[in-house]
Design a protein around this ligand. Sequence first.
Ligand code: EPU
Length: 343
Amino acid sequence: MQILKNHNLKPYTSFGVDAYAAQFVTVTTLTELKSALALPTPQRLILGGGSNLLFCDDFDGLVIRICLTGITVNESASDVVSLHVSAGENWHEFVQWTLAQGYDGLENLALIPGVVGAAPVQNIGAYGVELGDVCDYVDVLNIETLAVRRYTPEECQFGYRDSIFKRELKDRAVIIAVGIKLAKPWVAKINYGPLASLGADASAVAIFKQVCLTRQQKLPDPNKLGNAGSFFKNPIINKIQFSAIAALHPHMPHYPAGDDIKLAAGWLIDQCELKGYQQGGAQVHTEQALVIVNTGSATATDIIVLAKHIQTTVLARFGVELHHEVRFMGRDGETNLAEVSCG
Ligand code: EPU
């Protein structure tokens, strides 16, 4: 395990913005991970695929990049296939692999960037399926005690783009593996708009292809245009607030969210005519307003200034506050849009 000093993080994050870590290690085994956690440092950051992170500044600490790999399968039950997947496996390659083995059920979650270990943190979700729907357990290494503990899905407290790993277990635990359970017989989930046209007898592979096509049409490929997927969460508002906005905008997309209503942040931003709006090298994506892209030379400050502009504009027009879904890392640890300074 090599400790790299003053290491550029640009290749490890999908935004592709320059930022340096005081120390950087890559770990490929649990033993290496434990050794890395014993290294003296004022703070540490556990890095997966870097697809949901913005480094707002250089990081004055140790970055530990998780590259644990391996998948094991248990098919002994008649009603479920159980998969034990190491945290460093690439999510999309894992989804492809399951379909190639004939294990259907993850097709709606195709092409989501990042690694398996990051999936429970923000409870990744797309096209009507969330990680929480297929999660059997999450194995976690406690940073203090170095003990491994298995969390049930209930203990993970999955919510919309949320889990215990963003809250109580933040900076306290490292996800080392995820258990996935795929129900047999498989049932297609095609309620989401672009999938409905496939028809009820669509195969998992057909759904996978349609999801890939839909994502490729709307979402920029991070290998070509730096981005971190949806920059903001879809806002959840109460019914009174919803009625007031819907009276003025009867065609506004909205979805039930318990007793509340979830709005489409992309639609709100789009209505403010911000698609294509640019700040330095950062731009609101021209096909999907919920995504901020790095056109090539964006600095973290460009992205932050643009994000604040989007937030202010949507608040002024609709009275709705947008919260960022992308995690912000400052010099001394995690921060947020309200606190971060603009350069
Ligand atoms: N819309 C617009 N203009 C836009 C973008 C969206 O009018 O520029 C409208 C769409 O026409 C649609 C609605 O807003 O009526 C919702 O848009 P879309 O179906 O594209 O989904 P989303 O709510 O913007 C969420 C997830 C995505 C996920 C898709 C599909 C969040 C924050 N984002 O986006 O996840 O792929 O649904 O399920 O929940 C991610 O988290 O990085 C991500 C890409």
